[in-house]
Ligand binder design. Structure first.
Ligand SMILES: *Cc1c(COP(=O)(O)O)cnc(C)c1O
Length: 301
């Protein structure tokens, strides 16, 4: 596709068998889908989620995009880079005021000529409310507004490509979950392509009910088998972007043992959960498990 070439996205991303030095690792087969390698700047799953929205934006000759995120957001970073490359003006609405304390992510945004609007946590909370979005659209009448994390129904199609690209059928696909778009896209893809595959989401933030609802709200209403997915909430390590010594150690050990870089906010929690679930024989012996490496290494700078 034209946009994929223009942005130099390398698809399909590689699938790689790994064997870190974990208890019981020999009882299963663990593969990693390397979406972290899709592009050196555009973080893996953020590209998957944005792809069709951006294709349509270019088709519709959209000149301005507005979106939301925190001060280290992989979504804002990926979208800002894409807009910069495509010559689309970008306004980033950022939770909290980092103007005197720029993160590397925000510094990149400034270099890419992004219009950064810092808003209070209270204002940020309104980001999905109709009144707020109506006012925002009035401020920027011609802009395309994309929700936080790029998680909207349009995102599912791009994430389904992950499943389309797979070399083999897996018993399990495991992925981190924050705003739910990635898991929803995987559920959709599995339903279409390999309905016997089970999906396991690893919640990276606190708030069980809320994550399930987010995912469900994104799914098409007529999905045939909505019972093959599950979110595990035991590995958020204290909440979003919270870390523990054990988690940071796992990240560096995993890199040493597999040569794959992971970070503590998303992929670290994914592999932290996998190590523990494999040790506890959660997966039947002989299971083929695919871990989706969603990227995100820029956020760890
Ligand atoms: C945003 C992000 C996620 C979470 O994906 P959701 O679709 O929001 O659930 C996972 N991994 C990385 C690296 C991310 O940047």
């Amino acid at each position: 596709m034209y946009l994929t070439e223009k942005l130099n996205i390398t698809t399909p991303s590689p699938e790689q068998v790994v064997s870190p030095l974990w208890e019981n690792i020999q009882s299963i087969q663990l593969s990693v889908k390397r979406d972290d390698l899709l592009h050196p700047v555009i973080s893996g799953n953020k590209w998957r989620k944005l792809k069709h929205t951006l294709v349509k934006a270019v088709q519709d000759d959209i000149q301005h995009i507005v979106s939301f995120g925190g001060g280290f957001s992989n979504h804002l970073h990926a979208l800002a880079y894409c807009c910069h490359q495509l010559g689309i003006q970008f306004t980033a609405i950022v939770r909290g005021d980092y103007s005197n304390n720029l993160s590397p992510m925000l510094q990149d945004l400034l270099n890419w000529h992004v219009n950064i609007q810092y808003v209070s946590r209270l204002t940020y909370k309104q980001r999905t409310e109709a009144n707020y979005l109506y006012a925002l659209q009035n401020t920027y009448p011609k802009a395309l507004i994309i929700p936080e994390g790029g998680s909207q129904q349009q995102a599912l199609q791009g994430v389904m490509d992950v499943v389309h690209e797979l070399d083999q059928d897996y018993d399990y696909i495991v992925a981190p979950v924050a705003s739910g778009g990635t898991l929803a896209g995987l559920i959709n893809g599995v339903a279409e392509i390999c309905p016997s595959t089970k999906l396991l989401g690893i919640g990276v933030l606190k708030g069980p009910e809320y994550l399930e609802q987010l995912v469900t709200s994104l799914l098409p209403k007529n999905l045939p088998n909505p019972t093959n997915w599950h979110i595990n909430h035991d590995y958020h390590c204290g909440g979003y972007a919270k870390s523990t010594l054990e988690l940071t150690r796992l990240c560096s050990d995993f890199y040493q043992q597999t040569n794959i870089k992971i970070e503590p906010v998303y992929s670290g929690k994914l592999f932290f959960a996998l190590r523990s679930l494999i040790a506890n024989q959660y997966f039947p012996s002989g299971s083929r498990i695919l871990a989706l490496h969603t990227g995100g290494l820029q956020g760890a700078r």
